[in-house]
Design a protein around this ligand. Sequence first.
Ligand code: C2E
Ligand code: MG
Ligand code: MG
Ligand code: MG
Length: 281
Amino acid sequence: ASKAVGRNRFRLFDAGLRSCLEMRRDLERDLSHALVENALEVWFQPIYALDARTLVGLEALVRWHHPRLGWISPPDLIAAATTAGLTESLLRFILDRVCRMMQILRARGLGTVRVAMNVSPREMAQIPVDEIVIERLVTLGLPAEMLEIEITEETALDLGAVQGKLQAISRAGIRVALDDFGIGYSSLSSLRQLRADRIKIDRNFVTGLSASDDKRGLVLAVLGLGTLLGLEVVAEGVETQEDLQMLQSMGCPFLQGYHLGRPSPVQDLEAVLFAQQPQAA
Ligand code: C2E
Ligand code: MG
Ligand code: MG
Ligand code: MG
């Protein structure tokens, strides 16, 4: 009997593994079609100043609704692109939508609003992100200052491989933000090495900070670090009015989260943009 159970277990495991690999392969195959057929979307989430009213940025977040598998999480999507050799096509697609958004903002007198785009260290290591991005801005005549690259430090090893490219990006006038600060491998020395202009405090330390001394302590420390190093600090994951008020009283200069605005498709951003006062350029 125990032998039979063992065999069954093996078969179950085998089936699970096979379907997992199949899903991976499906994703990779379907992604190349999705890219050609424009089935991918880029949504944008607002980032506000301390007053929680003045729009200072829009973060681009990729979205893919797979006809059979439903919503694919961005990390799964990026991973599939990496293994399918589609890293560059995907980056170019997202960059295209990001540039369109910059053009929309400029046309509405909102040229001081920055558009942020996420790039993983793996993408950065695989392809010449610096050249691709700079070339596109120059071709379209868009100011480098309007673009921000958000990078997450995934492993300690990633740093060296992407440092040169981030420096080129920074020299071109594009802003660099270190995403998910406070977790993983993010460190003080990486802020310098990566040429970061901005720190985004990971939402694990932001969501619920009004009820947690530990979280508040960490956020205060990062705010102090920002002042000391001349870096802008963004709190992400602001989900409640209590957390918002606490962050405002702490003087957190930039705020992002569901309570202030969810990621939305471009056509739904009208109200967000309409609420802003155009600035004389
Ligand atoms: P991230 O860059 O830290 O982006 C913030 C994530 O938190 C987004 O999830 C956003 O929808 C979510 N979020 C925003 N406000 C709140 C809030 O108040 N509460 C909670 N619980 N969540 C909030 P999303 O879009 O699923 O993206 C997850 C991660 O995938 C991103 O984390 C980013 O690292 C990566 N990602 C997303 N789009 C791209 C992309 O175009 N390229 C690359 N390389 N990575 C991307
Ligand atoms: Mg981000
Ligand atoms: Mg983040
Ligand atoms: Mg994240």
